[in-house]
Design a protein around this ligand. Structure first.
Ligand code: WT7
Length: 633
């Protein structure tokens, strides 16, 4: 594959070049795409705005690069293998030609409902082929997609639809998850009653569930697609035109819409995909993520298709019909590169080796990990029982905001070190800072992880609120993008990501803001105040621990049930607290700030050294909380 690095010497050389002359480096990568018009200027930037532009003046359509460009050479090659929820249901294979035709049909459907370049379209769908097709159909006509993970609640969906002012929503009658059928359209309907901006709802048929169709608004997607032409010219997009919005949680307020633009995202999605997975012609690649997250955007949809790869898309869950499903699928399609999350590895590890034993797993060449730090035990298990000590593990660190993988080993090239994401990809310039923002230039240091130079797929803004983007990512340290993570760099220059240093927690690889959770909990009548922290959880990585002050005595059981239900409706099942502890006070400083550091320690069961508590307004609450938690632990 073009621009693939083949050896450690080459990595070192290419990396050095990419830093010495980033513009020449990225222009060279960009040359291999199909452009309607080439760029006038490779890069202009300042992190004060922030104002970052890559390939300014260029015109293109990303779907021509994902689809049309491949038709002559590999039109009949499989682009997507869709593995349905039920293991006995036949799979669907879409060749590049077929995918192209379907994308055009769906693009024409969107057009027929008045969607034009720049409009926002919200996709609230299960992991069915229509989701990948819809993503590309939006890009085909220059509409901005906002995919909302189908596990989010009606309220969370409504917030996202309204924030983006989406004109059209795509959904399905139901979503099949293991033995369950989730009435997706009903949930969408509930959200839509709060979304006056939505004119049309396109509904894919996936279950036998009855669903209400509102006349004049709701349309069956399948029928509309069948009637549409398979030809749809690709809209001409400028390099910096918005490609998509993806909502993610931060340390304050409501989730923000991270904005990615067209050309830079495309170049980096391709480059990172072919290098991190060392994809070779005819390989079968599988990323288990949901397209509702950035991992699915970049490494199910865009990256693999830009590379002309054959990739698996899985509708179901890892533990159904049993905990061997992932491995069954690896064998069934002879998967070569497998990319999943530590939380899934830990969950399957806990089920026992009898679910791995029946499978050969002999096609695997590369194993990937993403979403949270992978602990040593999970790393070793993955390496030994899945990779049979033959497959390098790429521990890939990145974020919704970075658009693509930033720090990762290159398989069979970078020396591996368990729990280390190791080295930055070419073109990526990470640095570690102390609390004052001084760069820790030496090795063998620990600090705050930042990036000091732009890369093509970085976020450009947060939708509708540029100032928020500036505040959150670019104001902490001058001329640096701040990631929110802490990291260590060993004596050899390898990075190890420690985790978030802000009030963001990572539950099963899903990002949640503690403030976001507290806001919901505080809505409950009986709650006076709350503080949420993360604590180590064996399977989820982090669990959610909520400390709450209540107005009047109540039963623990009822309180837990009600708070969980509330969070379920406001955000979704992924955000349900694991522990709820009633307390009579919270540890606050004299200025009223909750000292989460103390709560985090207590929640983790470690009360040996709570640090300096002298600045607390009332140090005695700490004793009380300690007793309450350890007493109920
Ligand atoms: C946060 C970003 C990027 C896709 C999935 C998550 C954590 C991500 C790793 C890793 C340690 C990791 C970080 C980061 N994270 N990958 N390999 N090792 N931590 O995207 O939801 O935007 O979350 O996930 O804390 O900041 P996201």
């Amino acid at each position: 594959m073009e621009h693939q690095i083949n050896s450690w010497e080459e990595y070192e050389k290419v990396y050095a070049e990419s830093v010495a002359n980033p513009e020449a480096f990225w222009a060279n990568v960009a040359e291999s795409f199909s452009w309607k018009k080439k760029w006038d200027n490779v890069l202009s930037w300042n992190f004060d705005g922030p104002d970052v532009k890559w390939f300014e003046g260029a015109e293109l359509n990303i779907t021509e690069n994902c689809l049309d460009r491949h038709l002559a050479e590999r039109g009949d090659q499989t682009a997507i293998i869709w593995e349905p929820n039920g293991p006995k249901t036949p799979e669907i294979r879409l060749t590049y030609k077929e995918l192209h035709a379907k994308v055009c049909q769906m693009a024409n459907v969107l057009k027929s409902y008045g969607v034009v370049k720049g409009d926002r379209v919200c996709l609230y769908m299960p992991m069915i082929p229509e989701l990948a097709i819809a993503t590309l159909a939006c890009a085909r006509i220059g509409a901005i997609h906002s995919v909302v993970f189908a596990g989010f609640s009606a309220n969370a969906l409504a917030d996202r639809i309204n924030d983006a002012q989406a004109k059209v929503v795509l959904t399905a009658d139901g979503s099949l998850r293991g033995a369950k059928v989730i009435p997706l359209k009903d949930i969408a309907d509930e959200a839509l009653s709060h979304c006056p901006c939505v004119e049309t709802v396109l509904v894919a048929k996936r279950s036998d569930k009855f669903c209400h169709m509102q006349a004049g608004r709701d349309v069956w997607l399948g029928e509309a697609m069948d009637a549409a032409s398979t030809d749809c010219p690709a809209e001409t997009m400028s390099a910096e035109d918005m490609l998509f919005i993806l909502y993610t949680s931060g340390s304050t307020g409501k989730p923000k819409g991270v904005v990615h633009t067209t050309a830079g995202y495309m170049v980096y999605a391709y480059y990172s995909f072919v290098n991190v997975f060392q994809y070779q012609q005819n390989d079968i690649y599988w990323c288990t993520a949901d397209i509702g997250w950035i991992t699915g955007h970049t490494y199910i949809v865009y990256g693999p298709l830009l590379a002309g790869a054959s990739s698996v898309m899985f509708e179901g869950v890892p533990t159904w019909p049993d905990a061997g499903r992932f491995w069954a699928i690896c064998d069934k399609y002879q998967v070569n590169q497998f990319y999943t999350a530590p939380t899934a590895i830990r969950a399957l590890m806990a089920k026992g080796l009898e679910y791995v034993a029946p499978y050969r797993l002999n096609s695997l060449k590369v194993l990937g990990s993403v979403g949270e730090p992978i602990n040593e035990e999970a790393w070793q298990w993955y390496n030994k029982y899945i990779g049979k000590n033959q497959c390098p593990i790429v521990d890939t660190w990145w974020q919704t905001e970075t658009g693509g993988i930033m720090i990762s080993p290159l398989p069979n090239i970078t020396p591996l070190k368990p729990t280390y994401a190791t080295r930055p990809l070419p073109g990526i310039q990470p640095c570690l800072l102390d609390a004052e923002g001084n760069e820790l230039a030496e090795n063998d240091v620990e600090g705050l992880l930042a990036v000091k130079f732009p890369w093509p797929s970085m976020l450009r803004t947060t939708y509708g609120d540029h100032d928020r983007c500036k505040q959150v990512y670019f104001s902490m340290f001058k001329d640096k993008y701040f990631t929110g993570d802490g990291a260590k760099r060993d004596a050899d220059g390898n990075y190890r990501i420690i985790g978030r240093v802000d009030d963001v927690i990572n539950v099963s690889g899903h990002r949640l803001g503690t403030a976001e959770l507290e806001n919901v909990i505080n809505e409950h009548d009986i709650i006076v105040e709350s503080a949420v922290v993360g604590y180590p959880h064996e399977i989820k990585g982090q669990g959610i621990f909520a400390f709450v002050i209540v107005q009047e005595a109540c039963s623990q059981e009822a309180l837990e049930a009600e708070l969980k239900e509330l969070i379920n409706t406001e955000i979704g099942p992924i955000a349900k607290p694991d522990r709820i502890q009633v307390v009579s006070g919270l540890p606050k400083t004299r200025s009223g700030k909750i000292m989460r550091r103390i709560l985090r320690k207590i929640a983790s069961g470690d009360v040996s050294n709570l640090g300096d508590t002298s600045t607390l307004l009332d140090p005695s609450v700490v004793e009380e909380i300690k007793e309450a938690v350890l007493g109920t632990a």
